[in-house]
Design a binder for this molecule. Structure first.
Ligand code: IMP
Ligand code: MG
Length: 188
């Protein structure tokens, strides 16, 4: 059986660095929400599932969570631009203090759409927390409240992020060997 590690060109953010940064984000969130009785985390599926799990476990204050499935990428490494809700929240968020938990902000289209959509549901507050941010790729402005790491304009996988639905289970953030997606880049 093939080993996913053989497809990796290099590790961009290792497990220890991820864990330390997530602990720091959790501490910052706990300080900012200290005066609020409520905190409701919304995990953007699928990419943020591991980040949500670790961020939630790093928080010692009470909080609830819900999931939203968003699709903005087809097969490949560039956004289709069209954002679609493929799984909606289980419960209303009116008067809730909502924190969106996302894996990565690239063009900004997904989060701009989500922010607009969730604002319209009347939350008491609405903030955004992303593990990764690619500032060089931004096409739509998004106000991000918490950023784990700014990263260069490279396609990354691991720790929830996929290429063609694979590599999500890698415990670190990595860059793939170019030959892994060369066939897509050569398409017209
Ligand atoms: P945006 O709408 O262009 O900001 O794209 C955001 C979504 O695209 C993220 O939630 C990811 O699912 C996906 N994405 C963007 N960049 C990468 C990457 O480098 N690796 C894997 N997925 C990515
Ligand atoms: Mg995502």
């Amino acid at each position: 059986m093939r080993n996913l590690n053989d497809d990796i060109a290099r590790v961009l953010i290792d497990e220890q660095t991820l864990a330390a940064r997530i602990r720091a984000l959790a501490a910052q969130i706990e300080a900012d929400y200290a005066e609020m009785d409520d905190l409701h985390l919304i995990c953007v599926l699928k990419g943020a599932y591991l980040f949500l799990g670790d961020l939630s476990r790093a928080l010692t204050r009470p909080h609830s969570l819900d999931f939203m499935g968003i699709s903005s990428y087809g097969r490949g490494i560039t956004s289709s631009g069209a954002v679609q809700i493929i799984l909606d929240l289980k419960k209303p968020i009116d008067n809730r203090h909502v924190l969106i938990v996302e894996d990565i902000i690239d063009s900004g289209r997904t989060l701009a759409y989500m922010h607009r959509n969730l604002s319209a549901r009347g939350p008491a507050s609405l903030r955004i927390c992303t593990l990764l941010n690619k500032p060089a790729r931004r096409e739509v402005a998004v106000d991000v409240d918490y950023v784990g790491f700014d990263i260069p304009d490279e396609f990354v996988v691991g720790y929830g992020l996929d290429f063609d639905e694979l590599y999500r289970n890698l415990p670190f953030i990595a860059v793939l060997k170019p030959e892994m997606f060369a066939h897509l880049l050569n398409q017209p």
